[in-house]
Every structure is written in structure tokens, then in C-alpha cells.
Design a protein around this ligand. Structure first.
Ligand SMILES: C[S@@+](CC[C@H](N)C(=O)[O-])C[C@H]1O[C@@H](n2cnc3c(N)ncnc32)[C@H](O)[C@@H]1O
Length: 245
């Protein structure tokens, strides 16, 4: 079991609460994604993958509000996540897989859309994960991945975090909080896709700091309407990577 899975298991109640939060109330990133999808054909019976689906909140909202006729396939390596996703989506006829993002059992060239939400930054091997997301998408299919990206500097930041507000910190299990540069993403995707872009995700609303642990909140930049996003003391440069294969 890798360290991230250990953290999610040991902090099980927090994990469940985190997953369910995005089901009960759409996150700002979910709302942003839905705006990005507004010109897609909403009636077609697309094949959609939600990779590292957590509690299945992203698919829940996409099925209800964006792609009512699509066929959804949800993947995660955490059995508890898949169980929760099944409960959350009990009204929906979804397909579920306990599967590892680095070596998916899924056939290649299968999906019209592949979503991978808030996951690449948490991984030890994001390059391999990204190549799997591309592999399972159809030629001409689209991949949407939200993660931390460095658009202003050709610098990758591989950060290890220990959140002392969480039970898992007592065993000194560190998690990742990685930021990947545009430079690196370009290299990773070279020769594999038709095109890609990274759209910065800025927050339109104020989020309060409600714990001393990890969790995004905002601060207004003086003399500007912009907000910076902070989590655990780190600047969060969120972006949405949009790829056409
Ligand atoms: C931060 S959560 C995001 C969950 C969900 N996408 C969301 O937005 O709520 C990251 C997810 O990645 C999954 N994950 C991490 N490493 C994985 C791996 N190697 N294979 C499959 N899933 C993985 C975790 O189990 C967790 O559900």
C-alpha cells in the first residue's frame, strides 16, 4: 500500500467528509468545469471516465446537470472510495472499478471524456498517470485534469506534507502536494496528444481558513480584486489541464 492510501485509510472519517462535501455542495472547481463544458453536446451518449473518482461527486453532478445520457465509468484504488461512490450514485447506473491509475486494466482508445479531478498533485508518479489518462481516451477525445500547475516559472515543486491535525501524522506518513510546470507538462505530453492548454483556476469567492491543517482558503491581494489560494501555508496555483488527444 502506498503512503497516500495509508493516509486516506487512517484518516478515514476526514476522507469521507472531504469526499461528501463536494457531493452536497458543488465546489468552485466543479462550477468552473461545468462552464468549460457548456459548449459540448449535452445530449449524446458519450463514454465518460472519472479516474481517481473519490466519492464520485464529480460524476454525480456531471450526470445530473451536464451529460444526462452518458455512460459513466468510475475508477479508484481505494475500496472505501468506490463504496462511497456507489452509495452517492445509487440512482445512477454507473460502472465501478477498483483500479490503479498507473496501470489501468481499461482498454485503450475507449473514452470520449476522461476526468481526473484534484489527483495528479497527490501522486508519486504523475507522468505515468497522465500517460494512462491519455491512453484510455479516444483519438479526438478530451481529458480534463485539475491539479497544481506553475504557469509563471519553469519550476516543478515536489512538496512533502505532514498535517499534524490528522491522525496519520502520528505515524509520520507524508503526503504529496506537487506543482508541475507548463514546461514539464509539455515534455510529458510530447508526441502523445493533438493539443493541450492549462487554464488557471482563480477563486471568485472568499473562503475562510477553518482549520490549522490542509484545506484551501483565500486571501485578497491588496489593491486588486484577485485572491490567492492557500492550503497548509502553501500557495495553491490551481489549473485545469485540458487535452485533446
Ligand atoms: C484528492 S482525492 C480526489 C477525489 C475526487 N477526484 C474528487 O475530486 O473529489 C484523490 C483521489 O485519488 C485516488 N488515488 C490516489 N492514488 C491513486 C492511484 N495510484 N490509483 C487510483 N486512484 C488513486 C485516491 O484514492 C483519492 O480518491
Amino acid at each position: 500500500m502506498d503512503d497516500y492510501k495509508k493516509i486516506l485509510k487512517i484518516d478515514g472519517d476526514n476522507t469521507k467528509e472531504y469526499f461528501l462535501k463536494s457531493v452536497y455542495e458543488k465546489t468552485q472547481q466543479q462550477l468552473f468545469l461545468e462552464k468549460l463544458l457548456k459548449n459540448e453536446n449535452h445530449e449524446k451518449n458519450y463514454k465518460i471516465a472519472d479516474v481517481a473518482c473519490g466519492g464520485g461527486g464529480l460524476s454525480y453532478h456531471l450526470k445530473n446537470d451536464v451529460f444526462p445520457n452518458a455512460e459513466f465509468h468510475l475508477f479508484d484504488y481505494l475500496d472505501d472510495a468506490i463504496e462511497l461512490a456507489k452509495q452517492v450514485n445509487k440512482e445512477n447506473d454507473f460502472n465501478y472499478y477498483i483500479d490503479n491509475i498507473y496501470d489501468m486494466k481499461q482498454a485503450s482508445n475507449f473514452f470520449d471524456y476522461v476526468f481526473c479531478w484534484q489527483t495528479l498533485s497527490w501522486l508519486d508518479n504523475p507522468k505515468q498517470a497522465l500517460s494512462e489518462l491519455v491512453r484510455i481516451a479516444k483519438s479526438g477525445g478530451k481529458i480534463f485534469a485539475s491539479s497544481l500547475f506553475n504557469l509563471d516559472h519553469d519550476v516543478d515543486i515536489y512538496a512533502k506534507v505532514l498535517d499534524h491535525t490528522k491522525e496519520s501524522s502520528k505515524d509520520d506518513i507524508f503526503g504529496n502536494y506537487n506543482t508541475y510546470s507548463l514546461y514539464t507538462i509539455k515534455n510529458w505530453l510530447k508526441g502523445m496528444v493533438a493539443n493541450f492548454k492549462i487554464i488557471p483556476f482563480n477563486m471568485d469567492i472568499d473562503l475562510m481558513q477553518n482549520s490549522r491543517g490542509i484545506g484551501t482558503y483565500t486571501k485578497k491581494v491588496t489593491d486588486s480584486s484577485e485572491r490567492v489560494q492557500i492550503s497548509g501555508g502553501m500557495l495553491m496555483n490551481w489549473g485545469i489541464l485540458v487535452i485533446t488527444k
